[in-house]
Design a protein around this ligand. Sequence first.
Ligand code: 5GP
Length: 183
Amino acid sequence: MDVDDIRADLTEVLITEDEIHAKLAELARQVEADFEGTTPLLVGVLKGAVMVMADFARELRVHIDMDWMAVSSYGASTESSGVVRILKDLDTDIAGRDVLIVEDIIDSGLTLSWLRANLESRGANSVRILALLRKPESIKVDVPVDYIGFDIPPAFVVGYGLDYAERYRNLRAIGVLAPHVYQ
Ligand code: 5GP
């Protein structure tokens, strides 16, 4: 789905498909260098990180393993609840592994800060975080992020895996959802 298919549902296009791909390539070069000599386990956070994971993993020119977790997020609301529940756990034993969490967006930081502690408690050798988007003005807990794509304003965004009530995940770009859609 392209921006032109749902133009009236967006107030603004924040990041184009080309900009996303260029940024993921840049981050991939950093990750290749930082993880040299080890095979990282990429942990994608369902469902929002599906597109980031698919494109980022293919940018990497080295072997990786891939696994997925699903944790509770907002449902159909646009505000962070701070409640984190595991809906789907990893299939992989991560003891001794170098883990790279792949996330779509850091809003309050609550989800990632919980997830990092959870994975560290399982005996991972290292746990790093890659997030395509971050809203610096919304951060409630400080979570060190190793790889960041873009800092964005504290608006509710959709596209490239990010949904509103399960819609817009297949939008190629990232845009700000118009209030008339959710009010
Ligand atoms: P946090 O725990 O950092 O507040 O929230 C992280 C999760 O909230 C993300 O993985 C995502 O599912 C959801 N989220 C936060 N901000 C947005 C947003 O602007 N748009 C959408 N679609 N989801 C968001």
